[in-house]
Design a protein around this ligand. Structure first.
Ligand SMILES: [Zn+2]
Length: 416
């Protein structure tokens, strides 16, 4: 993972050293291991935060055409209207005429369409076909890493919608010497002007010889399996969507070398993301923009799979899309379509994040890409321990997330 200072496993039973500028993340229970992560900015004092939120909300309402608009999806509105998130996207979209004139709108799916779409998700396929092959040790350059990468390539190439699948292979210096890395990049319609980009990391953390096996079930086998299941389940719709030549397309990034090989730091982490962000920045796309500028939103999934993750919005410029996720969660709950989900909003919770988390989005964020960081805080209790295994996953949570994300994709892209 990201952000932790000091090898969480180097010694001391998973406890990392505290450095200045770091604070303890909130703990879900006293029994959880003590985690430290690097905060990129400290939490604001509560009164200051409330003032900032009030001012920010006021500015947003004043700025947004037609006023702020209420929360979407709270009721069962048939047909749905243009959402707050779409208003944001249109307002914030760049200068190309194609982008300004695009007619796609993030509408709430009618209930019948929503139910039909969810029927296409297959929990057994997610768990058996997609997750199991990922549950191997797969640090960069290892046989397991190569196997997983080939598996991802094969599955993506087998999809009927016809994805362009590329391998971004490179070698980089590391504290352990030069290591071979490879990202897998899948793009549905490479010629489309803009991309909704979903990302996760395919590598698992390397621990010293003799350490117990680390399979990284939440970190990040489940996020990778979720992405595969989403594009597999939506394959028929994505194929028709591609044929329509929409101005936005879907892109998947399976990033290698997210984990530090020795100790987390700017030079020892995010190898794949740093390489790919730089490459995309230097690669012309269309309309005089680079590939990185073609990313409308970079949605990063990480550390998902444990029971009841608490996910917060980390960035104001993507907050409307975060609220859409929260609205979808609420809507599916009210329709009785989420399992082991006793409250309306459990995962995508309002309120400020505890602090920023350094992760694969960072090299993209630095280049101006809007980020939606779907990572639970606190981290799962099993984080960076040998207990991050299939046995400690919570299948209902995984399948609930797949349902929420499937509806999000359908509404964002206008698949139906
Ligand atoms: Zn990790």
């Amino acid at each position: 993972m990201r952000k932790v200072s000091g090898g969480a496993h180097g010694g001391g039973g998973g406890r990392a050293r505290r450095r200045s500028g770091e604070r303890d993340p909130p703990q879900a229970s006293q029994t959880r291991p003590l985690l430290r992560r690097r905060l990129l900015w400290p939490p604001l004092p509560l009164p200051l935060l409330l003032v900032a939120l009030a001012v920010g909300t006021g500015l947003y309402v004043a700025w947004a055409p037609g006023g702020g608009g209420g929360e979407r999806g709270g009721g069962e509105k048939k047909g749905g209207g243009v959402g707050e998130a779409e208003t944001y996207r249109r307002r914030s979209s760049g200068g190309s005429p194609e982008r300004q004139s695009q007619s796609r709108q993030a509408r709430s799916l009618p209930e019948a369409h929503l139910r039909a779409l969810l029927e296409q998700l297959d929990p057994q396929r997610l768990w058996g076909k997609y997750l199991q092959p990922l549950l191997v040790e797969r640090p960069p350059g290892s046989p397991g890493n190569l196997k997983v990468r080939k598996f991802l390539e094969d599955e993506l190439r087998a999809l009927g919608a016809g994805w362009q699948v590329e391998v971004d292979a490179f070698s980089a210096p590391t504290p352990l010497g030069p290591v071979a890395f490879a990202n897998v990049v899948a793009t549905l319609s490479p010629e489309a002007p803009y991309r909704l980009t979903l990302a996760c990391h395919l590598d698992s953390k390397l621990f010293p010889p003799g350490a117990p096996p680390f399979l990284g079930a939440t970190d990040s086998a489940v996020p990778c399996a979720l992405l595969l299941e989403l594009v597999r389940a939506l394959d028929p719709q994505l194929g028709r969507f591609k044929d329509r030549g929409a101005p936005v397309t879907l892109q998947l990034l399976f990033l290698d070398g997210e984990e530090a090989l020795k100790e987390w730091g700017p030079e020892d982490s995010l190898y794949g993301a740093r390489h790919l962000a730089q490459r995309m920045e230097q690669t012309p796309h269309d309309f005089g923009i680079s590939e990185i500028q073609a990313i409308e939103i970079f949605v990063l999934l990480d550390l998902l799979g444990a029971r009841d993750p608490i996910i917060k919005s980390h960035f104001p410029n993507t907050a409307p899309w975060f609220r859409q996720l929260s609205s979808i969660e609420k809507r599916l709950h009210r329709l009785g379509l989420l399992a082991s989900h006793p409250w309306e909003v459990m995962y995508f919770q309002p309120g400020p994040p505890y602090g920023a988390v350094d992760d694969d989005h960072t090299p993209f964020l630095r280049r101006g890409v809007p980020i939606l960081h779907l990572i639970p805080t606190p981290f799962p209790a099993v984080w960076h321990t040998p207990a991050d295994t299939e046995a400690n996953l919570h299948p209902p949570t995984v399948h609930n997330l797949s349902r929420i994300l499937a509806i999000f994709l359908a509404e964002y892209l206008g698949l139906l």
